[in-house]
Design a binder for this molecule. Structure first.
Ligand SMILES: Cc1cc2nc3c(=O)[nH]c(=O)nc-3n(C[C@H](O)[C@H](O)[C@H](O)COP(=O)(O)O)c2cc1C
Length: 330
């Protein structure tokens, strides 16, 4: 079975399971943990624990009930775009088992923000949901702000926080929005849309692990000057350094973002750098290669307030979040 098909099959099976009377209750008791000191407060939101599901796993908010059962403290949906789009041709998701990594070039396949909103109207209680927003592939960068604002306005009543994603390697040109000038303009527009609402939602910026220190310095300045709430570090990397998988196999896979264990160290370095440079003045959500409690603790120790997981769950199984939460307690 292809990795992409396996993803939908596994979640489809879990979906059927939780609808069998008693199963949801049982699984929830089995997997659900809360942090030792109760909720962790970040940006005014009370997270039931510090382990979340990273964006890209449940792009369309299809499985919030199932993911709630697995013990996640928060789930980030998306990346969503204004209009549904198919993404890149398949195959576009590849496993590197000997490295504990994944390469994907999904290309923001999603059913569009308005479909997701309909599902979010029935979201489960007690789970924090973040909305990760992007732009359609066909939207040129000079019109990108409009796309982000469409997604922001549509999701605002239904999510708890936002993530502005400018760091995907799979949408041509989108990473150029990480440069100081376009990024300041984009984030300022989102912040001003937020200020026009009755309730202000926390806004995070998700960045690539491939940024150099000078660019990270700019990020710290922009977060402070524009007044967004925090940073999610990091997305997948375009680097292929340090892999043990056969070079010819890696090359034959082609373009895409690498995630899982190979990105762990670089993501931790980015979290550490941002935390030191900002003197801890804004929260950071650490993500990249977290495969267990030790890796989660590593990100928290260098300055992350929360962590997110994705790729390593593919290898370690659906109990990974619960296991990490339990481990952090100890
Ligand atoms: C198949 C796949 C799809 C992803 N899609 C998105 C996405 O749509 N938006 C996003 O911000 N990050 C996306 N990511 C990146 C993850 O959210 C995460 O930042 C990255 O994989 C590093 O964490 P990990 O090593 O725990 O997977 C995706 C990752 C994978 C593996």
């Amino acid at each position: 079975m292809s990795p992409e098909r396996a993803h939908y099959t596994a979640m489809g099976l879990l979906s059927i399971a939780v609808r069998i009377p008693g199963v949801e209750f049982f699984l929830k008791r089995y997997f659900n943990q809360t942090s030792e000191n109760g909720a962790t407060e970040v940006c005014g939101l009370k997270f039931p624990n510090r382990v979340g599901l990273a964006a890209g796993f449940d792009k369309d908010a299809r499985w919030l009930r199932e993911l709630n059962v697995l013990g996640f403290g928060h789930v980030e949906i998306g990346t969503l775009t204004p209009v549904a789009q198919a993404g890149n041709p398949q195959p576009r998701l590849f496993r590197l088992p000997s490295d504990g990594g994944l390469i994907n070039r999904m290309g923001f396949n999603n059913g569009g923000v308005h479909d997701a909103v309909e599902r979010l109207k029935r979201r489960p209680d007690g789970l924090i949901v973040g909305g990760n927003i992007g732009k359609n592939k066909v939207t040129p960068n000079n019109k990108a702000v409009d796309d982000y604002l469409i997604c922001f306005n549509a999701l605002h009543p239904y999510v708890d926080y936002f993530t502005v994603n400018v760091s995907s390697p799979n949408t041509p040109g989108i990473r150029e929005l990480q440069d100081k000038e376009p990024l300041t303009a984009l984030l300022s527009a989102v912040v001003s849309a937020n200020q026009s609402k009755d309730i202000q939602r926390p806004i995070f910026l998700k960045i690539a692990p491939d940024m150099e220190n000078g660019q990270l310095d700019d990020i710290v300045d922009i977060v402070k000057s524009v007044g967004i709430d925090g940073v999610i570090a990091t997305n997948t990397t375009i680097s292929r350094e340090g892999l043990s998988t056969d070079y010819s196999k890696v090359e034959s896979i082609g373009a895409g973002g690498l995630s899982g264990s190979p990105v762990r160290e670089r993501s931790t370095d980015v979290v550490r750098y941002l935390s030191e440079k900002s003197a801890g003045s804004f929260p950071i959500i650490g993500v990249g290669g977290i495969d267990g409690v030790e890796a989660a603790r590593e990100k928290l120790e260098v300055g992350a307030s929360l962590v997110q997981i994705y790729s390593c769950m593919i290898y370690k199984g659906p109990g990974l979040a619960s296991k990490i939460v339990k481990g952090l307690k100890a």
